[in-house]
Structures are given as C-alpha cells and as structure tokens.
Design a protein around this ligand. Structure first.
Ligand SMILES: [Mn+2]
Length: 316
C-alpha cells in the first residue's frame, strides 16, 4: 500500500479530523491546510472537519480558523500540513488526537507522526494535496473553494511559478485547479498586493542592501527601522524575495529584529545551498529558501560570513 492509500484509509476511519499547519502561515500553509479541509468536507459531509491555528490578518481573504475544544481531539485524526518540525506546528494540541499524519514538502528532518508523506520534489504542500485528491477521484471531491486555496498555495510558494521548484507537474495541477469556478486573477492580485508602508520598506531594502563581490547579500531590519515604517515581522514576508531580481545578488539574508531583541533570519538563494547553514543557527528549510535565528550582531556577522563563503565556493 502506498502512503497516500494509507492516508485515505485513515481519513475514512475517523469521524473527527483536525488539520494543523505551521506558525506564521503563508499562502501555502493555509492553502494546503484549509484546501484539504474543504476537500474532506465536500467528500465526507457526515464527518466533522476543523482547521486550527493562529489567524493572520493579511491572509484573511484566504480562510478563517476555527475554535476546537480540547475534548474534540479525543479519538480524532490530526493531520499537519506544510510543517517540517513539530515545534513549528501552530496550536500545540496536535498530539492530543488518536493518530497523527504529517504531509509536507520540506526536507524530512523530523518525521513526526504515525504516518509521514514527504515529497521534497513538490513545489508546495498545496500541490501535494491537489495531487492527493486527484489520485482518488472516486473518494475525494475538489470544489471551487478548495481549488482556490490550493491554487493560492502553489502561487505563493512558487512566486507565481517563477522559483526552480516549479515543475511541469506543478503547472498541470495548477491548470486542473483553474478549471474550477474561482477568480484566479483576482486571487493573484490579492496575494501580490501590499500596503503602502511595505512598498516604502521595499525602497529601504533596495537602498540599503549590502552585496559582496561574490553575490552574498544582506539587509538588517532593526526595530528602529521597523518602527519607522510601522511594520511588524509578519509584514516583512513579502519583501524577502526582492533581492532576487538584482543581477549581482546570488544568495542573501534578511535579518529582522524581533521585539525581544534577537533577529529572525530569512535566507534565500539562486544556487548555493543554504539550509545546512540555517540548521546551524536554530533553523532549517529548503535548499534555496530557509529560515534561522541570530541572537545578536555577532551572530548576524557569523551568518553573513557563511553566506559569503557559500557564494564564493559556488562561483568556483
Ligand atoms: Mn510550503
């Protein structure tokens, strides 16, 4: 039996299913989570299906979260999407259920759960969920709401089909999703829209990025800068990819200071593999897109030197 067959077997067994995803969700986290929830609701109207986790204001156009009592977890199936490590799961009650399933496309550093389906070749977890539904057309129904969410997740994680993780399969699945009646261009616009203050912060980023001769880039966003632009950490997500359009930049780090003082580090690359570096600094992720943490300027300098070294080695 394939892991997907095992997953559908478990889904059929349980009357209550709760779906989680990672903290500080992006469109793929919400798309895969609520896309799966919508598919299960449409396919099994007699089951109780819920989605939980913190709400993100900027992504309300995608989905709302639900309140679930602790007792609901008793004898329930819990599925976690798009989340590599258990500490990153939003809503810590994920282990209160009877069975736990992990579905993800990040490197499988922590295979938590009773069943694990990880496909690092998938562009997004939303692509995996869509593929899962298409694998079992007799059992699973995609509706327009699910298609919209999964499409949003794919668009989000591929940067509108731009990043290297985009495959022919990604486009085939996106094409199938687009046949459902939802407004894809309006959705694309909503994903791309930014408030004026974030546009101004983009200007700051382009003015202040530091790039060495091998293409290692860094931008430090101190609390002072964030306060000046009235930006909080979650609003910095949309500017992380911006250095990628600069010719001279090969790999880069965006260092965002948190209210507690430490820095959240977002690492991106056009070639040099940066997730091993992320792991050394309390993080992880994909080979070309990772996250980490730096406690102070010394650790920022350390991380930047490591990016510089990776770029230098890559160039040779
Ligand atoms: Mn993802």
């Amino acid at each position: 039996m394939t892991v997907q067959q095992e997953i559908i077997t478990e889904i059929k067994k349980y009357d209550r299913i709760i779906i989680h995803r990672h903290q500080r969700p992006d469109p793929d986290a919400l798309g895969s989570q609520v896309g799966l929830a919508e598919i299960l609701r449409a396919s099994f109207p007699e089951k109780e299906i819920h989605q939980v986790g913190e709400t993100v204001e900027g992504l309300r156009f995608l989905a709302e979260m639900e309140k679930v009592e602790d007792a609901f977890y008793q004898g329930a199936l819990v599925i976690v999407t798009d989340t590599a490590n258990s500490p990153r799961i939003s809503d810590k009650r994920y282990d209160l259920g009877d069975k736990l399933i992990k579905i993800d496309h990040h490197p499988n550093d922590e295979p938590y759960g009773n069943l694990v389906w990880v496909d690092t070749t998938a562009s997004s977890c939303s692509e995996m969920i869509a593929e899962f539904a298409l694998m079992f057309p007799e059992e699973l129904t995609i509706n327009a709401h699910a298609a919209r969410l999964l499409y949003a997740g794919i668009v989000g994680d591929t940067g509108r089909f731009l990043y290297p993780a985009t495959t022919p399969r990604t486009l085939q699945i996106a094409a199938v999703l687009m046949t459902y009646p939802f407004d894809a261009s309006a959705l694309n616009r909503e994903i791309e829209q930014m408030p004026m203050k974030v546009a101004k912060l983009s200007g700051y980023l382009y003015q202040n990025i530091e790039v060495d001769e091998n293409g290692a880039g860094r931008v430090i966003l101190s609390q002072e800068v964030l306060d000046h632009y009235q930006i909080d950490d979650s609003e910095t997500a949309s500017i992380v990819s911006l250095p990628g359009v600069i010719d001279e930049v090969m790999a880069w780090g965006i260092f965002v200071q948190q209210p507690e003082g430490y820095y959240r580090v977002r690492l991106r690359s056009k070639g040099p593999v940066i997730n091993e570096l992320a792991k050394k600094h309390h993080g992880g992720g994909h080979p070309l897109a990772s996250g980490a943490n730096a406690k102070d300027m010394d650790e920022i300098n350390e991380i930047y030197e490591e990016i510089q070294l990776l770029c230098q080695q890559y160039k040779q």
